[in-house]
Design a protein around this ligand. Structure first.
Ligand code: PRX
Length: 656
């Protein structure tokens, strides 16, 4: 970090203490070949979309999707309900598969898959179409039809994508539940969604062990009275008990299923899927996405942000259990006719070089991963990376949380060999697809910034009185015009939908994140609204203090929260994972380091060394739990999304 100064406070705004001044212009090769290849071109497109977002999206929808029946009204907007492309009929499975079969992509690899044990399968568009059609018929055989909810709890195998696309093909609504959740969490979600059918596997491989998925499902189904049938994929051969009448082997159903299953024409606003995401407190929310708007949005944003080329191997390391997997492993890449790679297992099995081995072996060109993974790679050491030839890579991406500038630099240098642009993509389960990101051929990047909004996206930043904040100051990030990929509701909870996203700032979607916009119009996400720390009247963002800590060479990971303080209102408590030995000297050194990097105001009051910090199963730090620990409180609220409960216990035992 460089040029760090402290700023003054204005009521209701959030102060920034971080000034990152490094700038990386687009790289020659991108500029030469990119779809959008200059800042001017981006600006022109963005301005055109801003002028009339509805016309902009309507034109794209006509061009990009297959319409069984054309739409009449591009947008019906009765706040907070948007309906896009009303009157039209399309099908996401058709757009992902059938649309390519009459083109040169017919025999192109759609999915390249590697299992954790090293088994590899490739499915061409034609083969994937056949598998999906057969499985759609299998679903029909078990009485699944349009509007029925299908719960999917599977390892990262091609059959997971096949199951999603088969549901989409017949208008069934999928609810994918990440294959690490407990029986209790599955049953909650199944009951909330009134799931009719369950799809699972006997097991999945993770870190060399077999996860007994069917066992978990058996326990979940005891408490899921709406589920009538369960389809079981054979993956690990661990012979789980099968319940007569309820359970069916995937391969038996497929053996007798016909491969003729034309995609059902669906209304634009028919539900495509529900995806449960944890709220900051209490019950998980079933985020509902619909067919045409979502499909268009993920296709276009995939093409813009990853600037995909026909010959690329694209690898998103997320799990299909998260929105990133839905939008940028399955629906986005396949509608764009790309080759999407899937990997089943852990990044450190059998060793910490697995990802780099995969990149080299499959000649991956585009890699999209999470900052939490990048920080783990840094901690594991560069030698795992240096063993491999990563020269096939041409573009890198990140998603899920802010990337600390130092982690960004490591990604840029060690993985990207200083030649690959990095797209830091900001978005949410609710937004359906990427909202802000550099376009790699057009927008110079700044480490730690997701740069600019995509065409058709109109962000605004307001203070607590709903007034726009001054340039450079932080406030609540809102989106002021509907966009096709936006959520359409929370399953079965209309009030919560209105209350959470639409009640605070009239006319705008409230993202729940804080952000600031700098003089160049670059956006910097400052964390969740609930995470702001107020030190002596200065409102600070957690990510900035965390980034300062991570910029110290001894620090692998840092999580920062506020705790009550009589004098200052709130004090800063930092949980730090170090690469080497923890010591009192290091604690002092880190305090001084933050003071030097961003100023006395942000110097942590407590620094606790921790072997790990509590994270959600998707890799986000659970600051709510850390706040409880920092205040010496018992943990309240939902811990079902916590990846490893023992982390909490050991943190509680840890004393400064
Ligand atoms: O706080 C933001 C953070 O992740 C939240 C959305 O989480 P989820 O719905 O699980 O979706 C994750 C995958 C899109 C956001 O509200 N977030 C996501 N991407 C970024 C980010 N924060 C900073 N920078 C990002 N690139």
């Amino acid at each position: 970090m460089s040029d760090n100064t402290e700023s003054t406070t204005t009521a209701g705004q959030i102060d920034t203490v971080m000034h990152e001044s490094r700038l990386f212009p687009p790289i020659g090769e991108f500029v030469a070949k990119a779809r959008i290849s200059s800042l001017d071109q981006y600006q022109q497109l963005w301005d055109e979309a801003k002028e009339s977002p509805v016309d902009f999206w309507a034109k794209l929808a006509q061009e990009e999707l297959h319409w069984f029946r054309p739409f009449e009204t591009p947008l019906k907007w009765e706040e907070p309900h948007a309906q896009w492309f009303v009157g039209g009929q399309t099908n996401a499975s058709y757009n992902c598969l059938d649309a390519h079969l009459t083109t040169d992509r017919r025999n192109k690899a759609a999915i390249i898959w590697e299992g954790e044990p090293g088994d590899v399968r490739t499915l061409t568009y034609l083969q994937l179409h056949r598998e999906v059609s057969k499985f759609a018929n299998a679903l029909k055989e078990l009485g699944v039809g349009k509007g029925d909810v299908v719960s999917i709890y599977m390892p990262m195998t091609p059959e997971l994508a096949i199951a999603m696309l088969a549901c989409a093909r017949i208008g069934a609504v999928h609810s994918v539940i990440f294959a690490g959740f407990s029986a209790e969490a599955i049953a909650d979600r199944n009951n909330d969604a009134k799931a009719k059918l369950q799809i699972t596997a006997d097991g999945g491989y993770r870190r060399g062990k077999v996860l007994p998925l069917k066992e978990t499902i058996d326990a979940a189904l005891e408490k899921s009275p709406t589920v009538e049938n369960c389809i079981v994929l054979r993956r690990t051969n661990n012979n789980p008990p099968m319940q007569e009448g309820r359970d069916h082997w995937y391969h038996n159903l497929m053996e007798r299923a016909s491969s003729d299953c034309p995609a059902t024409p669906l209304e634009s606003e028919d539900s495509l899927f529900i995806l449960y995401t944890s709220g900051s407190t209490g019950k998980p929310k079933g985020i509902r996405h619909t067919t045409a708007g979502y499909n268009l949005y993920v296709k276009k944003t995939f093409e813009w942000v990853f600037d995909i080329r026909e010959e690329d191997v694209y690898w998103c390391t997320a799990d299909c259990g998260w929105i990133t997997g839905h939008s940028y492993i399955v629906y986005g890449p396949l509608s764009a006719g790309a080759t999407t790679m899937m990997y089943e297992g852990a990044p450190n099995f059998p060793a910490e070089n697995r990802f780099w081995e995969l990149v080299e072996k499959h000649q991956v060109n585009i890699l999209y991963t999470a900052p939490t993974a990048i920080r783990a790679f840094i901690k594991w050491g560069d030698h795992h990376v240096e063993k491999h030839d990563l020269s096939s890579l041409r573009l890198l991406g990140t998603v899920g949380e802010g990337i600390n500038p130092e982690a960004w630099m490591w990604y840029h240098e060690k993985i990207g060999g200083k030649r690959c642009p990095i797209v830091d993509t900001w978005w949410q389960t609710e937004t359906g697809g990427i909202m802000m990101s550099p376009l790699p051929g057009a927008i110079p990047t700044k480490p730690g910034s997701c740069t600019k909004p995509l065409p058709g996206i109109l962000p605004s930043i307001v203070d607590e009185e709903n007034q726009p904040v001054e340039v450079g100051h932080g406030g609540m990030l809102c989106i002021s015009h509907p966009w096709p990929g936006m959520l359409r509701g929370i399953w079965g909870d209309e009030e919560r939908y209105k209350e959470q996203y639409w009640s605070k700032v009239p006319g705008s979607y409230l993202t729940g994140d804080n952000a600031r916009c700098d003089d160049d119009g670059y956006y910097w996400i400052m964390g969740r609204i609930d995470d702001v720390i107020n030190v002596s009247g200065h409102r600070l963002s957690t990510i900035e203090v965390e980034s300062a800590l991570v910029s110290h060479p001894a620090v692998a990971e840092a999580a920062v929260v506020g705790r009550p303080d009589d004098l200052k209102g709130q004090a800063i408590a930092a949980f730090v994972t170090v690469t080497g030995e923890a010591s009192e000297e290091l604690r002092q050194e880190l305090r001084l380091h933050v003071r030097k990097e961003i100023g006395a105001l942000a110097q942590p009051d407590d620094i606790r060394f921790a072997a790990a910090v509590p994270k959600t199963r998707s890799g986000k730090i659970m600051r709510r739990l850390l706040r409880d620990i920092a205040c010496g409180k018992e943990t309240a609220g939902d811990t079902s999304t916590l990846e490893d409960y023992s982390v909490l216990v050991s943190l509680r035992d840890e004393e400064e």
